[in-house]
Design a protein around this ligand. Structure first.
Ligand code: NAD
Length: 428
């Protein structure tokens, strides 16, 4: 998102440049990979409920498709920018590679605030987005999915529009669809659960018993809620979650020393992940400033909201009790913060490994769409756990062997794979 002084694309490029140096990549390879291969910027006219027309700005960026069709979510957010979408598309390329799924990196977005749009207006916006880009996406080119403030319903409207235009049934054109309409069981849970599979394995490496750990989570949307769900199921205790409050235009943290009650909090949270502050007070939650999520005496921090959450300015405020940081969101830790966390000797699970569960399950959804045969939930979740755990240990093994942070190891593995695909195809 656009924020003073922070540019996600510059950060993604700096992260790439750093590893490109370490891997001693040649100039043309760097040139190819530090920018998206293609990008589309377009306007989307939408008829509003009151009869007026409003024009929204839409994006789709395809960073690299050497390993397979591009894959990546679509965000609806008022502060969306072309550079944010570029960064997210690039991170998707690395994510698919580190997760070892045969897909490339893409991302999309619309500058809008869905809080201000009726369901019918959102449907027209989804259909409008597809009308502008349908020729450049599809099951064998680029497959969108949900992300911040987009849902399974948005994906179904998009798929329906795509099928109208193409004149056939193409469930594999979009993933994250509702179950029973081409969606996969387990997709909603996949990203948050995947975060916790990596937390579970990291804690084993750190020789810490998960049932004795506490965590604070930034965000309370799809990723955060499912991460809290599985972490609690494993016996851990979440003492704080935070969210953006639309009415006050700021974030709040909700704290309970004995641990939050997930179902209770879910019951007072809207579909965009905002907790009702009055009801939270009635239920006995202490309301703290939004930034307090990272100042807790906990073992684990899980940033699962947006990018630029842990920065050079606030990383020092993280308590020494913290042993593990699991980056559930995309780009939540800046390179300056990474350096500080390394000095503090905290293990950091990098975002594009930690939150790869979503795209892994989207890939499973496509596989099921292609077969037109759907797996039971246990099978999906079991396969997801296998993929996440195996990706985690490949990264951990390299990190140990070279005595480097997990982030560097993850980048080396994924960039290597993408470079190899580009070279074998004869592109560079
Ligand atoms: P979401 O829209 O469901 O939830 C976002 C949450 O973050 C909401 O609770 C919102 O209130 C909160 N939030 C926003 N700004 C905040 C702030 N400044 N402080 C505290 N909380 C804030 O989105 P999501 O799908 O859960 O995605 C969260 C992150 O995970 C994003 O970075 C997204 O790109 C990434 N991600 C999502 C998926 C997926 O499958 N949904 C997959 C991979 C990565």
């Amino acid at each position: 998102m656009a924020e003073k002084g922070f540019n996600a694309y510059k950060m993604a490029q700096a992260q790439f440049d750093d590893v490109a140096d370490k891997l001693d990549l040649d100039e043309s390879t760097r040139e190819l990979l530090r920018k998206p291969m293609r990008e589309y910027h377009f306007t989307i006219p939408v008829k509003m409920d009151d009869g007026s027309a409003k024009v929204f700005q839409g994006y789709r960026v395809q960073h690299n498709d050497a390993r397979g069709p591009c894959k990546g979510g679509i965000r609806f957010h008022p502060q969306e920018t072309a550079d944010t979408v570029r960064a997210l598309a690039m991170w998707m390329t690395w994510k698919c590679a580190v997760a070892d799924i045969p897909l490339g990196g893409g991302k999309g977005g619309v500058i809008c605030d869905p809080h201000d749009l009726s369901d019918r207006e959102q449907e027209r916006l989804c259909r409008g987005w597809i009308r502008q880009i349908s020729k450049n996406i599809g099951p064998v080119e680029d497959v969108p999915a949900p992300d911040v403030m987009t849902s399974a319903q948005h994906m179904l409207w998009m798929m329906d529009e795509y099928e109208h235009i193409e004149g056939g049934k193409y469930p594999g054109a979009i993933t994250g669809k509702p179950v029973g309409h081409g969606g996969s069981l387990g997709r909603t849970e996949a990203t948050g659960y995947g975060v916790i599979y990596t937390v579970r394995e990291a804690l084993k490496e750190l020789e810490i018993d998960i049932t004795k750990t506490t965590a604070a989570v930034q965000g309370f949307g799809n990723v955060a809620q499912h991460a809290v769900e599985l972490f609690t199921e494993y016996g851990g205790k979440v003492v704080l979650v935070s969210c953006w409050d639309q009415d006050d235009s700021k974030a709040y943290s909700y704290y309970r020393k004995d641990g939050i009650d997930l179902e209770e909090l879910r019951g007072i949270t809207d579909r965009y992940g905002t907790v009702d502050k009055e009801k939270a007070k009635e239920l006995g939650y202490e309301r703290l400033p939004g930034d307090d999520w990272l100042k807790q005496d906990v073992d684990i921090l899980i940033p699962a909201a947006l990018e630029n959450a842990i920065t050079g300015d606030n990383a020092d405020e993280i308590k020494d009790t913290v042993k593990l940081i699991a980056a559930g969101a995309n780009g939540p830790i800046t390179p300056e913060a990474d350096d500080i966390l390394e000095e503090k000797d905290m293990m950091v699970i990098p975002d594009f490994l930690c939150n790869a569960g979503g795209v892994i399950c989207s890939y499973f959804e496509q596989v099921q769409n292609n077969m037109n045969y759907y797996w039971p939930k246990e099978e999906v979740i079991g396969k997801l756990d296998d993929k996440m755990t195996s990706a985690f240990y490949k990264v951990m093994e390299l990190a140990k062997r070279k005595d480097i942070p997990l982030k560097d190891a993850a980048y080396m593995i994924s960039i290597d794979k993408v470079v190899e695909a580009c070279k074998l195809r004869g592109w560079i």
